[in-house]
Design a protein around this ligand. Structure first.
Ligand code: BES
Ligand code: MN
Ligand code: ZN
Length: 491
């Protein structure tokens, strides 16, 4: 459930809350604004700072209790030094996580002079930190149940001035948490049909036009690359289109494109059994498009945006595509399928070509496309490639602003040799090396003539370990990159 936020001015010493979070920068001087609170805690807060039990560093925290009225607990969290907005966002995320762990249900948050981007960051952080995925566990008996974090009061210098940053933070966080939930849901629940319903739900709530095409319509559109992947699944594949019209009529939209493989078994080129369950996350790009559309609509950005999702599952069966098969994509190009596990690019080929009809000002796609990107960049950096350096730089900057750092890999001509086929215009795999690049070069064939950037989020969409502020599971990447990019282009 989303957190209900309110903002308040004044002294948090009197807040009747089970938990007051106090975020302090590195090596803080104890703030004078908290003198009354400190007295209530018998001077323990300022003492903790003076004695260096708490130094305000990144991911540092200290929990203190006090008797009597006012905040029942105070949680000091460190906001670090480098970038104040990022530091506060991270501190708030940690606080949200701790609050969810304690089961306090609600909290108050104080940091000095919370305005603008810093306030937005705190709202995002608390929402992300407080997020939990419990819907598939049996309910815990009431006596043992921990309260979810459902309410937060944020202390600000000026309540009126805080409204827009608060709304922006809620918009972004809601988008990210929609994405995380969808990416967490297993393949038997989150099907292409389910993603289509999620799109329609967003469309209904924010008045976006939503179109959903199935096998029949895609056959008519000659999307035989996408359809090859869907040959062995009984579920109807879906091409999902969401149109947000916040800009001028007739203005070229930004197109956001997502890979939506609700499960990727590898097909006939089957994947090894170990960790195959991870491949429910292969729709993270699509989930990112849905989360971004939710955030963009909530932010009421003055720009036109079209979200495009190609969704199916990659399965085996008598009908399945086989290595060696040749298919013709909707742009007329022929593809030799040498490995059925390189299916994401087959789906995106037709979706990227479909984007062309919108004459988009820019296309950004996100896909859990290659294991190779994890080898190249690990699990904290997004692989970024494209055909327009200015737009690539814009996307990289958007990712930095949103805390989803990307790094560009080159699409040099020379690599194109690697996807040549003896029997068709191209093949769907390269050689042993440069797997992330050859995958992107394949996509580039279908993005010709459009300014296009590709995000390989195979390493970053899902955290396989529990990290300090990010639990094991979906991270919400690439929502922030999408949203910051679109925000940067809005009027
Ligand atoms: N969805 C996978 C990419 C992936 C692999 C993500 C491992 C996370 C972890 C994609 O469809 C895939 O299977 N790619 C192949 C391409 C290869 C056959 C050229 C890969 O990366 O192994
Ligand atoms: Mn695959
Ligand atoms: Zn895949």
């Amino acid at each position: 459930m989303a957190i209900a936020f309110d903002v308040r001015a004044g002294d948090p010493a009197r807040a009747a809350t089970p938990l007051l979070v106090v975020a302090l920068p590195a090596e803080p001087a104890f703030p004078r604004a908290l003198a009354a609170l400190d007295r209530r805690y018998g001077g323990a807060l300022s003492r903790a700072v003076r004695r260096k039990d708490f130094q305000g560093g990144k991911d540092e925290s200290l929990l203190l209790f006090a008797p009597g009225a006012g905040p029942e607990r105070v949680l000091l969290v460190g906001a670090g030094t480098a970038d104040p907005v990022k530091g506060l966002t991270r501190a708030a995320t940690l606080a949200g996580r701790k609050a969810a762990g304690l089961g306090v249900g609600r909290l108050a948050f104080w940091a000095a002079d919370l305005v603008g981007e810093a306030l937005e960051g705190v709202v995002v952080g608390l929402s992300l930190g407080g997020w939990e995925f419990k819907e598939l566990h049996s309910p815990v008996p009431a006596a043992k149940r921990k309260k979810a974090l459902t309410a937060a009061t944020v202390y600000v210098p000026n309540v009126r001035a805080a409204r827009s940053a608060l709304a922006a933070g809620v918009a972004v966080a809601e988008g990210q948490n929609i994405t995380r939930r969808l990416a967490m849901l297993p393949g038997n629940i989150c099907t292409p049909e389910y993603l289509a319903r999620a799109a329609r739900d967003i469309g209904r709530r924010h008045r976006l036009a939503v179109k959903v095409f199935g096998r029949r319509e895609m056959t008519r559109m000659k999307m035989f690359s996408f359809l090859a992947v869907a040959q062995a699944t009984t579920q109807d594949p879906k091409l999902i289109v969401l149109e947000y019209r916040g800009g001028r009529r007739g203005e070229a939209p930004v197109a956001l494109v997502g890979k939506g493989l609700c499960f990727d078994s590898g097909g006939i080129s089957i994947k090894p059994a170990a960790s195959m369950e991870m491949m429910k996350f292969d729709m993270s790009g699509a989930a990112g498009v849905l989360g971004a559309m939710e955030a963009i609509a909530r932010l009421k950005l003055r720009i036109n945006v079209v979200g495009l999702i190609g969704s199916t599952t990659n399965m085996l069966g008598g009908e399945a595509m086989k290595p060696g098969d040749v298919v013709r994509a909707s742009n007329g190009k022929t593809i030799e399928i040498q490995n059925t596990d390189a299916e994401g690019r087959l789906v995106l080929a037709d979706v990227l070509h479909y984007a062309r009809r919108y004459k988009p000002q820019a296309v950004v796609d996100a896909a859990t496309l290659t294991g190779a990107v994890v080898v190249a960049l690990g699990s904290t950096t997004v692989g970024v490639m494209g055909n327009d350096q200015a737009v690539i730089d814009e996307v990289l900057a958007a990712g930095r602003r949103g805390g989803e750092v990307g790094w560009q890999l080159p699409l040099f001509e020379e690599y194109k040799e690697l996807i040549k086929s003896d029997v068709a215009d191209m093949r769907n795999i390269g050689g042993r090396g440069a797997g992330t690049i050859t995958a992107a070069l394949f996509l580039a064939e279908f993005a010709e003539g459009m300014p296009w950037v590709h995000l390989d989020v195979a390493g970053t969409a899902y955290s396989e370990t529990d990290m300090v502020v990010m639990p094991k599971g979906p991270t919400g990447t690439p929502v922030r990159t999408f949203v910051e990019f679109v925000r940067g282009r809005a009027r």
